[in-house]
Design a binder for this molecule. Structure first.
Ligand code: NAD
Length: 338
């Protein structure tokens, strides 16, 4: 049987990316939805041929445990709701994909991992770029030291956010651009090197739009230091535009630009253009998770990877708040390398 997925939270990402991707997956399919908006129920049932019995709301969510059509629950809610719904999904005996950032606190990330272990279900975080060919090549170049040892990485992801949304509310989002998009630059630097930081140093940027940025940061820049003494430099902002991941190694360099889009990522190396076709990242990501369930093989984007990133994010905020470097101990986590 092909595993069935239920999407929880039918907002922008579920509607624009995940549901369409689930029309292209080969090893899993969209079989259910969870929504608090009755009007969406009818639309989605019709559009994706979902039977009434596979439609849930936030009150009857837990009864999904009795539904054999649903094997995987994909949490696509605002960040502060990830922990509650991932844990409820695990308790319902379903495998869990939790969107990034995994949670808004380290403690919550640990609670999700614990619930999934206790209920013997698999857990992954929605890190779609681990399934994108340009990023896979960047991991390979960095981790195999094909162009020598990686000396440094420079990464930025910023866009202009002008409308009020839960993303600007610290309670709901856990933080600002760092939590939402800066996380991609952390991921990029870590999987390029195959090492995780031992120290972070961060500074908040200037607030030029106080009417929007009175709860979360407008921008933040930070440096991550690795066990081998090298560093990566990062910038992320909701009041600017930037989108790249550039690495310099001993004998060459490579740059992805744009690096973090849903499609048409472009890459160049010292040796010329990377020639990879465009793929559906989300379809690949969900198929990989479904296959690891079908074959009972290890997960690539593990819960521990999500936890690692929460620990890094927390340390970055702590460093920016105190204006001092903060050390990190990320040993003992299960995070597969390239
Ligand atoms: P969105 O605001 O478009 O959708 C959020 C959904 O949650 C909406 O359907 C909303 O109705 C629902 N919701 C339920 N309770 C809510 C509440 N109390 N307040 C606000 N909304 C509530 O957001 P989105 O862009 O779809 O993001 C959802 C999650 O997906 C976030 O965690 C985000 O970080 C993640 N995301 C990941 C990617 C990616 O590339 N992996 C891209 C976009 C978003």
């Amino acid at each position: 049987k092909i595993p069935g997925i239920a999407l929880v939270g039918l907002g922008g990402y579920a509607t624009g990316q995940l549901a369409p991707a689930l029309q292209e997956t080969k090893h899993c399919k969209l079989t259910g939805i969870v929504t608090g908006t009755p009007a969406k129920e009818e639309q989605w049932m019709k559009k994706y041929n979902i039977p009434r019995k596979n439609v849930y709301n936030y009150n009857n969510f837990d009864s999904i445990a009795d539904n054999d059509d649903i094997d995987i629950i994909y949490i696509v809610l605002p960040n502060s709701m990830h922990a509650e719904y991932s844990i409820r999904a695990a308790k319902a005996g379903k495998h869990v994909i939790c969107e990034k950032p995994m949670t808004t606190t380290v403690e919550d990330a640990r609670a999700i991992i614990k619930a999934c272990k206790e209920n013997n279900v698999k857990l992954s975080v929605g890190y779609r770029l681990h399934f994108e060919p340009h990023h896979l090549r960047a991991m390979e170049l960095g981790q195999t030291e094909e162009m020598g040892k990686v000396l440094n990485t420079d990464a930025a992801f910023s866009f202009v956010l002008n409308n009020k949304s839960w993303r600007l509310d610290k309670q709901m989002a856990g933080g600002g651009p760092l939590m939402d998009i800066g996380i991609y630059t952390i991921q990029g630097a870590c999987y390029t090197k195959g090492q995780w930081p031992v120290e972070v140093e961060a500074r908040y940027g200037e607030v030029t739009k106080p009417e929007l940025f009175n709860s979360v940061e407008q921008s933040i820049s930070f440096t991550l230091k690795y066990p081998d003494g090298t560093t990566s430099k990062h910038n992320t902002s909701y009041a600017d535009n930037a989108n790249y991941l550039k690495t310099t190694a001993e004998n060459g360099w490579w740059e992805l630009k744009p690096a973090y889009n849903y499609s048409h990522i472009s890459g160049t190396t010292t040796e010329g253009e990377m020639n990879f076709s465009n793929v559906n990242q989300q379809a690949r990501q969900m198929d990989a998770f479904a296959l690891s369930i079908i074959r009972d093989t290890p997960i690539l984007a593990t819960g521990d990877m999500g936890l690692r990133d929460m620990m890094i994010l927390e340390a970055i905020y702590q460093s920016a708040d105190t204006e001092k470097p903060v050390s990190l101990d990320l040993s003992g986590l299960y995070i597969p390398r390239y």
